[in-house]
Design a protein around this ligand. Structure first.
Ligand SMILES: [Zn+2]
Length: 152
């Protein structure tokens, strides 16, 4: 089946509503920020109103170091949405940030061969301009790691 039309050609984008809109507003300024509880100092992601640790509704946005390590990853070989047809294969990872929160994001400029061990690899945030008003956080291996064949 041929897939065409503007409604299916572009990758899906996040819904910019509520706290999610606030998260992506930071990304649009190329800042990665997470919520942090004002009572117990726990960081959290994905955005939500209440702290899972202490139940407090008091929090603020705090800037992340932008650094973390790969907790888990997979290689996407088949685009399940036509917007990703040109992108495959690519690496999608769960990154554990220095602040302790985990987030799912793409690892750019790196295609694992299926045997590359990326778990515990240090990564740093980069920003992908996905649309006029949408910037998505992604990650890359630090430059020194890439020169070293992309592996630790
Ligand atoms: Zn708390």
């Amino acid at each position: 089946m041929r897939r065409t039309g503007p409604d299916v050609a572009a990758p899906p984008l996040p819904s910019l509503e509520g706290l999610t809109a606030q998260f992506y507003e930071h990304c649009r300024r190329e800042e990665l920020s997470f919520q942090r509880c004002s009572r117990c100092d726990r960081w959290r992601h994905v955005p939500r109103l209440t702290c899972a640790g202490c139940g407090s509704n008091s929090w603020s946005w705090q800037r992340s170091s932008g650094r973390g390590v790969v907790f888990s990853h997979t290689v996407i070989h088949r685009a399940l949405h036509p917007g990703f047809d040109e992108a495959v294969p690519f690496v999608c990872a769960v990154v554990e940030m220095d602040e302790g929160v985990r987030m799912v994001a793409r690892i750019v400029d790196l295609v694992a061969d299926g045997t590359a061990m990326l778990v515990d690899a240090a990564v740093e945030v980069v920003y992908v301009h996905a649309a006029d008003d949408v910037v998505l956080p992604a990650f890359r291996l630090p430059a020194a790691e890439v020169r070293g064949n992309g592996r630790r």
